[in-house]
Design a binder for this molecule. Structure first.
Ligand code: FAD
Length: 351
């Protein structure tokens, strides 16, 4: 059994073996250049700790910082790219303290910060959790024995799968009105979807001065009546029985091809943007395997970040909610505090 090492070595940034200089930090923000954070590899076959955090997105990294600062020996295990969805975000404009920052730069800042406190195991997938005392967390490389487990596995937005969608993602195609809406003020956009998210996001865009039309493939919306009334009261056009078939442009979106699925006719219309709100797939394979309860929408059910299995916690987009970096980070901090409270005073042992 290999204990988590302490005190922590400083992470290596770029080619320098020392911590990031202030100049480098400021330059990276100005130029939004990417940095590479070096994370030392571990060949331990078994690791003992108090908290295993699954997922190295903003929720997991924040939970790592909070848990380790409260004195818990904590690790973050990430199967793919550290930073989660933030690593795929060209520019972030709504994270407090960063007026405009490249997603990858923000990830490097978060990872560098987290590494000051918590061990990170990148490129390692958690394949099983065996609840018990301790819980066993089996990854593709090793076994962790831990008092608590926190799932921060995220959620992926669904794609429409039409020509032009991938090409113009981040250049007119957006999955997040809250993130990108202000870039489209006074511009013409189509919002695709028929549920509460699409209706709410269309209202959000309209409210900030975007010329938005809602497009839905069926003859009625699934959104709540109150939202439908608000769409109508605000004069937001709704195109029923209409499907986006192609997104066209050069550097950015300029047109969309719309199909009227009752008549079979297509039209090509001018557009500056296409917003997609057609649902999310929360990453719950592991949760299902362990027997965690899910909500009707498929997210992990929790009460103040505690799941139905004592000692297993959850944070971030995999819990549902508004799916923002700042909220995922907030959930991560709260979940870590819940873990700390329970480790010092387990609720499942209280009379
Ligand atoms: C293109 C795009 C642009 C966005 N723009 C913005 C924006 O401008 N502002 C904003 O606030 N939000 C934005 N978001 C949303 C924001 O990025 C997410 O809300 C946030 O990243 C969620 O954080 P999370 O930690 O909950 O999950 P994620 O970021 O999804 O991270 C979850 C991590 O868990 C890992 N994981 C899953 N299963 C396992 C496993 N079994 N073992 C190990 N690791 C696992 C995944 O690989 C992933 O890295 C954007 C999202 C996208 C896709």
């Amino acid at each position: 059994m290999v204990p988590i090492r302490s005190p922590r070595p400083l992470p290596t940034i770029c080619s320098s073996p020392c911590a990031q200089t202030e100049e480098l930090f400021v330059a990276s923000l100005d130029k939004m250049t990417q940095q590479t954070v070096f994370i030392p590899e571990s060949d331990a076959a078994e690791v003992e700790c108090q908290l295993v955090i699954i997922g190295g997105g903003p929720a997991g990294l924040t939970a790592g910082i909070y848990a380790a600062r409260s004195g818990l020996k904590s690790v973050v295990v990430e199967k793919g790219v550290l930073g989660g969805q933030v690593a795929l975000t060209p520019v972030v404009e709504n994270y407090p303290g960063m007026k405009q920052v490249g997603g990858k730069t923000l990830v490097d800042i978060m990872v560098t910060h987290a590494l000051e406190y918590v061990d990170i195991f990148p490129g390692e997938e958690v394949v099983d959790i065996i609840p018990g005392q301790p819980h066993i967390v089996q990854t593709s490389r090793r076994k962790f024995k831990t008092q608590a487990v926190l799932l921060a596995t995220g959620a992926t937005h669904r794609n429409l799968g039409v020509p032009g969608e991938a090409k113009f993602a981040g250049r007119g195609v957006s999955y997040c009105a809250t993130c990108d809406g202000p870039l489209f003020r006074d511009k013409r956009v189509f919002m695709v979807g028929g549920g509460n998210s699409a209706a709410t996001e269309a209202l959000y865009l309209h409210n900030m001065g975007v010329n938005v039309t809602l497009v839905h493939r069926r003859d009625r919306l699934k959104a709540q009546d109150v939202l439908i009334h608000q769409l109508l009261d605000n004069g937001i056009p709704i195109r029923y029985n209409t499907e986006v078939k192609e997104i066209i442009g050069e550097n950015r979106v300029t047109q969309v091809v719309l199909l009227d699925n009752t008549t079979g006719t297509t039209t090509t219309e001018a557009a500056d943007g296409v917003f997609l709100a057609i649902g999310y797939d929360p990453a719950v394979d592991l949760a299902r395997k362990v027997g965690l309860a899910l909500t009707e929408e498929g997210y992990i059910k929790h009460e103040e970040f505690r799941t139905n299995i004592p000692g297993i916690y959850v944070a971030g987009d995999v819990t549902g909610g508004s799916k923002q970096i700042v909220t995922a980070a907030g959930y991560g901090s709260e979940a870590a505090l819940a873990v700390f409270e329970d480790i010092i005073n387990p609720y499942w042992k209280k009379a």
